[in-house]
Design a protein around this ligand. Structure first.
Ligand SMILES: Nc1ncnc2c1ncn2[C@@H]1O[C@H](COP(=O)(O)OP(=O)(O)OP(=O)(O)O)[C@@H](O)[C@H]1O
Ligand SMILES: [Mg+2]
Length: 348
């Protein structure tokens, strides 16, 4: 029997975020409930659970306070231990292609094939000298990097029914589905930035950059000799524009600009790389999300650097949300990954 109600669980460095969706696979899925549970420092690093018991306890608390009705959980992965590459294989059924992956991919992987979870997402078909081929994205996830996350979910008495790529989750949001042409979805987390380009909603290109909002906080703290908490507060207060800065805060503004510029240039180059590989197809726009994207002035600055319209993603878009969905905890901010994971359901 198909599972139609699941909870997408995004285990970030700072918090666990969960969104329960019903009607998965139907025309009108809807949000039943959502909630967030903060995590102590060090429990999770770049998406990998380091302290299984701490995360399991937080998950239990999340389920008891927010009263999710389903125990079926879809987890996300998205860090530098995920490899996504263009890949072409002779045309076969998708099941046959998936089965044949281990024989094709060893030379691309940094670990033995047996230590990776492999998948293939078809994009297009084309002829070749040896017959038709299917072009798509090969996804390889190092098993070890998700093991502890799965264990934490199980230790909380929940049932992990799937592990999906965080970048793919970003493309399922209703606000994303309305966009036409090449669109880049960029999620700036604490230590990781995920980039996915879709064309007409279909994933074409995925990159993960090991850099995020926390790296800026650390740079501020190091260079100005501040505590991490003070650096974090200063960063949020000043933002990229530094409009509210006093003269004494000029050095902080300079650090914020320098570190952020490096991230924005690498994002621009990543998008440029994709455009070049596709005859310079232009981008219709960029959708930014993640806590790091909340830095004041960041969206405008990126638009200027990349010369592409940039918007901040609207988490729930036009999906139906139950009236009492937020029982347990407040805001919708940052829930886009968890929602996208749930919308993908058990398909992953
Ligand atoms: N208003 C703000 N201004 C600037 N930065 C902010 C703001 N709000 C949050 N951030 C930054 O967002 C980052 C956290 O983002 P997010 O919550 O998406 O990460 P995460 O999911 O917990 O971590 P990850 O996905 O990397 O494991 C932190 O570095 C934080 O400083
Ligand atoms: Mg995150």
């Amino acid at each position: 029997m198909a599972i139609t109600q699941v909870v997408g669980v995004d285990i970030g460095s700072g918090a666990i975020r969960a969104v329960e969706v019903s009607g998965i696979g139907s025309k009108r899925p809807s949000v039943v409930r959502f909630s967030t549970m903060p995590l102590p420092d060090g429990a999770v690093h770049a998406g990998e659970v380091l302290e299984v018991n701490t995360v399991a306890a937080a998950l239990k608390q999340l389920w008891s306070t927010a009263k999710f009705s389903s125990k079926n959980v879809v987890l996300g992965v998205g860090n530098s231990k995920v490899l996504v590459r263009d890949f072409a294989v002779p045309k076969l059924s998708l099941a046959e292609i998936r089965e044949s992956l281990p024989t094709h991919v060893q030379e691309m992987l940094p670990v033995p094939v047996a230590d990776a979870i492999l998948d293939f997402y078809p994009i297009s078909e084309s002829p070749s000298d040896t017959g038709p081929v299917v072009n798509g994205l090969l996804v390889a996830v190092i098993k070890e990097s998700v093991l502890a996350n799965v264990k934490a979910v199980q230790a909380a008495g929940l049932n992990p029914i799937g592990v999906d790529l965080i970048p793919f989750a970003l493309t399922r949001l209703t606000s994303a589905a309305r966009l036409v042409g090449n669109v880049a979805h960029i999620e700036i987390g604490s230590r990781t930035t995920n980039v996915i380009v879709t064309t007409g909603g279909v994933p074409q290109f995925v990159r993960t950059i090991a850099n995020g909002g926390h790296d800026l906080t650390v740079a501020l703290a190091d260079r100005l000799d501040l505590s991490l908490d003070d650096a974090e507060a200063l960063k949020r207060h000043l933002g990229l524009t530094g409009a509210a800065a006093t003269p004494e805060q000029a050095p902080a503004v300079a650090v914020i600009r320098e570190i952020t510029a490096a991230l924005l240039y690498s994002l621009r180059d990543t998008l440029g790389y994709f455009a070049n590989s596709r005859q310079n197809d232009p981008f219709a726009g960029v959708v930014l999300s993640g806590g790091g994207a909340q830095l004041l002035g960041l969206a405008d600055a990126f638009s200027e650097v990349a010369r592409i319209p940039v918007v901040l993603g609207d988490t729930f878009g036009n999906i139906d949300v139950a009236k009492d969905a937020s029982r347990g905890a407040g805001s919708q901010a940052g829930l886009n990954v968890a929602l996208g994971l749930a919308l993908g359901g058990a398909a992953a």
